[in-house]
Design a protein around this ligand. Structure first.
Ligand code: C5P
Length: 401
């Protein structure tokens, strides 16, 4: 179920015996990569405890409209803005009537009025209540408003009746929810991106670094997450906010970036080394601040590990993408790095024009070809790069299988 990866699902639960199936639905949604927040009506809490849903979703469960604790954290309006999908399962006959009427007298109905996200409901009720004209008219109203209606199915009911009104099984609801989303370009792909400069400490107050801003890596992380990928950003010190839906691991030195990268690599499909890793670090770290006692000073440096080379050398290696910021003979140096570091793809660019800038032009190089990208904003070029990564990744997976 790739299309639910990285999606935000607000799961509403109303009162009904089928509420016990919501626990399994929550587990399945989470397993499919969705982030789930649960909102329950008071009646729902009579059938299943908020604690169960909290444990399965990993998020606090909301049950009342005016909860001082919730309003201080994620209040109901904020909660209404949060999801990519509002899914109500089970939806009782009473709640269907409430939605049709546009009522806002509990947290879930209020959220429905305030949200702009698509809404889907999975009705569950006695077969006579389902076929009642009032319910059928309400359902028509909901359908006209674009609300998706999943099920119900026919079968034996808790009350002993047999007929239409059983809630669909969680697996079917999951399938239908996933189908509401277009498959993103990178749906389900796990991507690790290194970002920014590294700082190599000389003494407690001084370090060696470079002018990398981290903007290109953050633009890639933003676009990759929006395209459905699960993104981990291993970031050196930068002045940028963490993009939405991206997991960020902060590091300072090249050594720390290497350790974090090796830790994440076995769990990823694509590794993109965008970081401007300091090539050298001081041979010795002075525990105390170095005094300016002489007119000249010599600092002994040692080479830092090459992170991307280490990743590309792993036995079970991810699709490995590098960058080369050059000041001269850009494509020639880029091609040499592609081969020497054994990369699958490399983006070569002009360091003078790119460092710190919001724009970039680059040449994509891979063993069998090349392509010019940009110049345009880093956001736009990031999208072109990800499109190329997707197609080269697919080509290399096909070769392997
Ligand atoms: O050799 P150069 O620094 O130009 O190579 C650039 C590419 O190698 C980038 O993808 C960069 O993130 C990566 N790199 C690395 N570890 C280093 C140096 C560079 O991963 N120590």
């Amino acid at each position: 179920m790739k299309s639910l990866s990285n999606r935000r699902v607000l799961l509403g639960i109303t009162g009904g015996i089928a509420a016990y199936k919501s626990a399994e639905l929550t587990r399945m949604l989470t397993k499919a990569g969705a982030e789930v927040r649960v909102v329950m009506t008071q009646a729902a809490t009579e059938f299943i405890t908020p604690l169960t849903l909290q444990a399965l979703s990993g998020n606090r469960v909301h049950t009342t409209l005016l909860d001082t604790e919730a309003e201080a954290g994620m209040g109901h309006i904020e909660l209404a803005r949060w999801p990519d999908l509002v899914l109500i399962a089970p939806t009782s006959a009473n709640f269907i009537a409430k939605i049709a009427d546009g009522k806002a007298d509990d947290i879930l109905s209020t959220l429905l009025l305030a949200t702009k996200a698509p809404i889907a409901i999975a009705p569950a009720m006695n077969q006579a209540m389902w076929s009642n004209q009032a319910t059928q008219q309400n359902l028509q109203t909901l359908q006209q408003r674009g609300i998706a209606i999943f099920g119900p199915e026919s079968g034996e009911q808790a009350c002993g009746d047999v007929g239409l009104g059983r809630m669909l099984e969680p697996a079917q609801i999951l399938e239908m929810s996933g189908a509401l989303f277009d498959e993103g370009l990178l749906a389900g792909m796990r991507i690790v991106i290194t970002a920014g400069p590294t700082q190599e400490a000389i003494d407690p107050v001084r370090y060696i670094s470079n002018r990398s801003s981290g903007k290109m890596a953050y633009a890639l992380a933003t676009e990759a997450a929006a395209a459905g990928a699960q993104v981990t950003l291993i970031s050196g010190p930068v002045a940028l906010a963490t993009p939405d839906r991206v997991k960020r691991i902060d590091v300072i030195s090249a050594q720390q970036m290497l350790e974090a990268s090796l830790g994440c690599a076995p769990e990823c499909d694509v590794f993109i080394g965008v970081a401007a890793v300091a090539d050298y670090r001081p041979a010795q770290f002075a525990e105390q601040k170095i005094k300016k006692s002489s007119d000249t000073m010599t600092l002994a440096l040692v080479k830092n590990p090459d992170i991307i080379t280490a990743i590309a050398a792993l036995e079970k290696r991810p699709f490995t993408v590098g960058f080369a910021a050059e000041t001269n003979d850009i494509e020639q140096h880029g091609a040499e790095k592609l081969a020497r570091k054994k990369l699958d793809l490399l983006f070569a660019n002009d360091a003078n024009a790119t460092l710190g800038s919001d724009n970039i032009g680059a040449t994509a190089l891979w063993p069998e070809g090349s392509q010019a990208l940009g110049p345009a904003s880093k956001r736009l070029v990031a999208l072109q790069m990800l499109t190329l990564i997707r197609s080269r990744y697919d080509a290399s997976s096909n070769r392997k299988s």
